[in-house]
Design a protein around this ligand. Structure first.
Ligand code: PBG
Length: 323
């Protein structure tokens, strides 16, 4: 035998020399859940180890994570029911605790790279990402609301918006609006190929944002479709997106790989709440090794082509690296 691949696996030394993929904290974005109030943390039942935090504790959390080498955070607001309405107007209320906290984070921790969420669902009494009329989610009318949201968020000093709504044309609409208002430096990480997935369940628990009727299949993609992701990616590319995202991550590695091969933009993958919950629940039962499963998952996502991984494991991963 001339070729013995096992020679390159013989010792830890040769394995580390020949390793083709290495996940580091530089690759990670840590999603955070913000609640109103002071000095409170509530664990998300279906996401052990993940807490909804008030702004004071979130600032401390970000500072702590930055000390571990995580630089990037995606902040999602948990809006009380009383502030939700069909127009999602709390999304652009300058006095809202979300916008206030974003301002505070950027003034106290300017080095933190802060990404925000653009979609109506956290603020919508219908629980949908767009404006609902007669049981339908309207596209173009939603864009106007998303635009107000984006401008209000950009004005807080955040670095990048993350449109997660899946309305047609929103990347171009938001890019143009931001540019017109002088926010040329605010980036767009587009949820390019966001699938109508069952893996978002725990996130909707965290935000209390389950749709009040129907599902999200008229705007999020059909999990059966692969080539359609190229269409979405082409549109986002042409409309000015800075980063293309695939969501969820692990069940969609083929999509990550497609976008990486076909577009000269960084590709992000969102290792979503359900992917996190699956591992955590098995670990709690003693059925899986948590650390190894986490690392293998993140490595596989990066190996498929993701340059950036949004993951609830970010802090745990970084803490493990420090040990
Ligand atoms: C909604 C949104 C969702 C997630 C991020 N933004 C859920 C949904 O589409 O219902 C899911 C993230 C996760 O599951 O971790 N705009």
């Amino acid at each position: 035998m001339l070729r013995r691949p096992r020679r390159n696996r013989k010792t830890a030394g040769i394995r580390s020399l020949t390793r083709q993929t290495q996940v580091t904290t530089d690759d990670l974005v840590f999603p955070l859940f913000l609640i109103e109030g002071n000095n409170q943390k509530q664990e998300v039942t279906s996401m052990p180890g993940i807490y909804r935090l008030t702004s004071d504790l979130m600032l401390k959390e970000i500072e702590y994570c930055m000390g571990l080498g995580i630089r990037s955070f995606d902040v999602f607001p948990v809006i009380p029911d009383k502030d939700k309405n069909p127009e999602a107007s709390e999304g652009h209320n300058e006095k809202s605790f979300y916008l206030r906290t974003l301002r505070e984070i950027k003034s106290r921790l300017p080095e933190a790279h802060i990404i925000t969420d653009i979609a109506m669902d956290p603020y919508s009494s219908d629980g949908h990402d767009g404006l609902v009329k007669n049981g339908k989610v309207l596209n173009d009318a939603t864009l106007k609301i998303l635009g107000k949201m984006a401008l209000a968020q950009a004005a807080t000093g955040i670095d990048m918006i993350g449109p997660s709504d899946m309305m047609d044309g929103r990347v171009g609409y938001l890019r143009e609006l931001l540019d017109k208002q002088g926010f040329q430096e605010v980036g767009i990480m587009s949820y390019t190929a966001k699938y109508a997935s069952a893996f978002y369940g725990p996130f909707r628990d965290a935000l209390d944002s389950v749709p009040k009727f129907g599902d999200k299949k008229t705007y999020q993609m059909d999990p059966a479709n692969r080539r359609e992701a190229l269409l979405e990616a082409r549109l986002d590319y042409e409309e000015g997106a800075d980063i293309l995202m695939v969501k969820p991550a692990l069940p969609y590695l083929d999509i990550i790989s497609d976008l990486k091969e076909n577009f000269p933009l960084p590709v992000a993958a969102y290792n979503v709440s359900g992917e996190y919950a699956m591992i955590k629940s098995a670990v709690q039962k003693g059925w899986l090794d948590g650390e190894r499963t986490m690392k293998e998952s993140l490595t596989a996502i990066k190996r498929a082509g993701a340059d950036i991984i949004l993951t609830y494991f970010a802090k745990e991963f970084a803490e493990g690296n420090r040990r």
